[in-house]
Ligand binder design. Structure first.
Ligand SMILES: CC(C)(COP(=O)(O)OP(=O)(O)OC[C@H]1O[C@@H](n2cnc3c(N)ncnc32)[C@H](O)[C@@H]1OP(=O)(O)O)[C@@H](O)C(=O)NCCC(=O)NCCS
Length: 163
């Protein structure tokens, strides 16, 4: 059955947590905070965009955008992004990220930053230029997209990421 992407709707919250938990389960880079993060951002009023991938009525993927900063520059932080393990490798994760970038750009908030694997995000237009650090450390996993003037400085996600 074909899947589609839509904005989150009331009642989606438990399924978003579940798909996030399933996607990050057992990942060595997971910190255990991921499944709670969409709810924390939502209750903080910081869930700027929350898109779900659905197949029929089943939520099979999710992506969030929230306020972030790079140095003094306001931008959007992308993540977490999750696709249920049974549904990975079908273009759903790429479509979720591309939709999030398109919506951010359409609202004039094109600058998006994230930490993640450049092997995945590099294909979606993200770059790392060495001028953006994360928690003070230079990292090839700190990536940006959509900035007219690429900022410099330390990437800071919303406080919910550190709760
Ligand atoms: C990352 C994720 C969202 C991608 O979703 P997806 O629907 O499988 O992605 P797509 O089908 O659009 O793209 C799949 C491609 O990305 C690659 N890919 C997926 N995750 C990757 C990763 N963490 N690092 C490198 N490449 C990755 C796959 O190998 C595949 O490559 P191929 O097309 O050459 O075979 C999904 O794998 C996921 O939920 N992973 C667990 C949670 C996670 O790591 N989230 C991102 C944290 S930064």
């Amino acid at each position: 059955m074909k899947w589609k992407i839509r904005q989150e709707a009331e009642g989606d919250e438990p399924a978003i947590a579940q798909v996030t938990a399933a996607a990050f389960a057992g990942k060595p880079y997971a910190d255990g905070n991921e499944a709670d993060l969409p709810a924390k951002l939502r209750s903080a009023g910081a869930l700027v965009l929350s898109l779900v991938a659905v197949q029929g009525k089943t939520i099979i993927g999710h992506v969030a955008l929230s306020p972030a900063r790079i140095g003094d520059t306001k931008c959007l932080g992308l993540g977490p992004v999750s696709v249920h393990p049974d549904m990975q490798g079908r273009g759903i994760g790429s479509a979720l990220v591309n939709h999030a970038l398109a919506v951010a750009g359409a609202y004039g908030r094109g600058g998006v930053a994230l930490t993640g694997d450049p092997a995945f995000y590099g294909r979606l237009g993200f770059v790392q230029d060495g001028d953006v650090t994360y928690q003070g450390m230079p990292s090839k996993h700190v990536q940006i997209a959509g900035f007219a003037d690429p900022p410099k400085g330390d990437l800071q996600f919303h406080a919910a990421f550190n709760e």
